[in-house]
Design a protein around this ligand. Sequence first.
Ligand code: B12
Length: 224
Amino acid sequence: MTTTAQTPPHLAYFERLVQLDRPGAMTLVERFLLERDGDVASLYDEVLVPALIHTGQEWQEDRISVAHEHYISEVTRDLILRHGPRIWASPDAIRGTAVACCAPHERHVLGLMMASDILRAAGLEVHLLGEGAPSESIRDFVAEFRADVLALSVSLPEHLDEAAWLIEQSRSVRPSLLVLAGGRALSHLDDPASRVGADFVACDLRALHRQLPSLLRGRLPSPS
Ligand code: B12
């Protein structure tokens, strides 16, 4: 593929990384952010997420290798870590705590990292546990640190039952917990929140950003 001025930014980003042009991909992202007044949520929604989905298709159709797909994921992880903090609320605006993790056995963590940045922008201190923590340990962590919010990500349908169990367990030790969930496994369901017992499910970051103020209202001190 040749990239032109009309090439959608996610494909231009993907193409840079197919050529192992990491500096080029980073420059493209910087330019995108400059044009969007530093809107990191748009960077996620319009560049990084569709680029990852495209990467999955290219991998499935054997046009890129597994190693290449890992490389693209890792560069994308670096970019989330680099640009996400631009939108975090300042430390004096923190008014609640969230624990963010993948469902047990789930390794797809990039969506959770992006969602965590949206939560941090809304004034939550997010303790990101990432992938691989066992359910009992997550439950105990939620209780010990008196989390206000549990943010859970589940990409593979075979992890839905464990996600539901984790949510039930976490609620049993912390009844006031607000449970937010997202991830590919929930995106095709008719009633995803009931399937896992979450209060709210968002499969795109705009929906999360829009709904957060009303979801948090009454649970956390109002922003001053
Ligand atoms: C990168 C990747 C990997 C990487 C993950 C690296 C990492 N550190 O995250 C690795 C290599 C580990 C991997 C492994 C596997 N993968 Co994979 N992977 C992908 C790929 C290409 C991108 C995933 C991604 O980051 N997507 C983008 C994110 C941002 O999307 P998202 O998670 O849905 O998140 C969005 C929303 O859902 C929401 N959200 C997410 N979490 C949360 C949480 C909260 C609280 C909220 C509010 C919102 C929210 O916000 C995000 C932004 O919009 C996808 C392709 C695709 N279509 O996604 C395949 C894909 C998901 N993988 C797939 C498969 C099959 C696998 C493996 C089974 C392969 C194998 N044989 O080993 C393993 C399973 C590992 C496991 N146990 O989890 C399939 C899944 C098919 C299915 N059954 O549904 C896909 C779709 C590829 C394909 N086309 O076949 N994978």
